[in-house]
Design a binder for this molecule. Structure first.
Ligand SMILES: NC(=O)C1=CN([C@@H]2O[C@H](COP(=O)(O)OP(=O)(O)OC[C@H]3O[C@@H](n4cnc5c(N)ncnc54)[C@H](O)[C@@H]3O)[C@@H](O)[C@H]2O)C=CC1
Ligand SMILES: O=C(O)C1=N[C@H](C(=O)O)C[C@H](O)C1
Length: 250
């Protein structure tokens, strides 16, 4: 059976690439391209079964609620989500009108990034120190990246479970914020550089040794197999799923 797909943010870097990937994917049909100025309504969604949102952090939650109300399943790649915004989506999906609806929100659809996050969480319990460095194109509007936040949270949860103490750090003065953002106790550094697409390095240290886990998306093509898989699978996962790892069994 053909899955009809609408793309929200269709004029953007990711949205336009997703439109092309959907058009080229067997069993998927692109039925709507929405962007700024086109309201999310059943009419504009043109019979879509699944909507894919790659917009901006400020609007994605509002879009997701509108898409649930419009009766479609939703795949979200946009960043900016918090535990509170996940909770509001879960609440909405628990309403009788939304019964059976599915939403997947994934900070990164590239297989290398999904694996890097999983490997970092696995390694974290064995190292005294761990920091995250994300590197992106200068057109990115948010920092740190959604992937870096998810990576740091995964590391922090693993350290907590293992009962590790706080990481060693004698910094007593950092007026300019040189030590970066701190996500659940994990330092996260953001680089914006012309020529880059999307990259992340996790460095884990012990006395006399270091493990580096690195993922590089050189092209937005890297995200497309994950997005297409998510579109095909999302209907089979009612409720809210966070992270593509859940669909991949990672
Ligand atoms: N999960 C993943 O694998 C990936 C996630 N991203 C995330 O996807 C998001 C989009 O990234 P890019 O495509 O690079 O940004 P972009 O700025 O190129 O595209 C955003 C698009 O959303 C549109 N837009 C803004 N407000 C809208 C609204 N209210 N309704 C409909 N469309 C609206 C803009 O006009 C623009 O066309 C970012 O949050 C980024 O971090 C990016 C790459 C991979
Ligand atoms: O804006 C981007 O480009 C990307 N955003 C996502 C993020 O913030 O993690 C995913 C990927 O890093 C590319």
């Amino acid at each position: 059976m053909t899955i009809r797909v609408a793309v929200v943010g269709a004029a953007g870097r990711m949205g336009s690439t997703v439109c092309q990937a959907v058009e080229e994917a067997e069993g998927l049909e692109l039925v709507a391209r929405l962007d700024v100025g086109v309201e999310i309504t059943p009419e504009h969604l043109n019979g879509a079964d699944v909507a894919v949102d790659f917009t901006v952090p400020d609007v994605t939650e509002t879009n997701v609620h509108a898409l649930i109300d419009a009766g479609v399943n939703v795949v979200v790649g946009t960043t900016g989500w918090t535990e509170e915004s996940y909770a509001r989506v879960r609440e909405h999906l628990a309403e009788p009108d939304a019964a059976g609806r599915s939403v997947l929100i994934a900070p990164n659809f590239a297989l290398s990034a999904v694996l890097a996050m999983a490997f970092a969480a696995k390694a974290a319990q064995y190292f005294e120190s761990a920091e995250v460095i994300e590197l992106h194109h200068p057109g990115k509007v948010d920092a740190p990246s959604g992937t870096a936040i998810a990576t740091a949270k995964g590391i922090a949860e693993a350290r907590d479970r293992a009962g590790l103490p706080a990481m060693p750090d004698a910094t007593a003065s950092d007026p300019g914020g040189a030590r970066g953002a701190v996500v659940d106790g994990v330092h996260v550094h953001a680089v914006r550089l012309r020529g880059l697409t999307a990259h992340e390095e996790v460095v884990l240290g012990n006395p006399g040794e270091q493990l580096t886990i690195r993922t590089d998306s050189f092209d937005r093509a890297s995200f497309m197999p994950g997005v297409v898989l998510a579109v095909r699978e999302v209907g089979g996962h009612p409720g809210l799923t966070v992270g593509l790892d859940r669909f991949l069994g990672i």
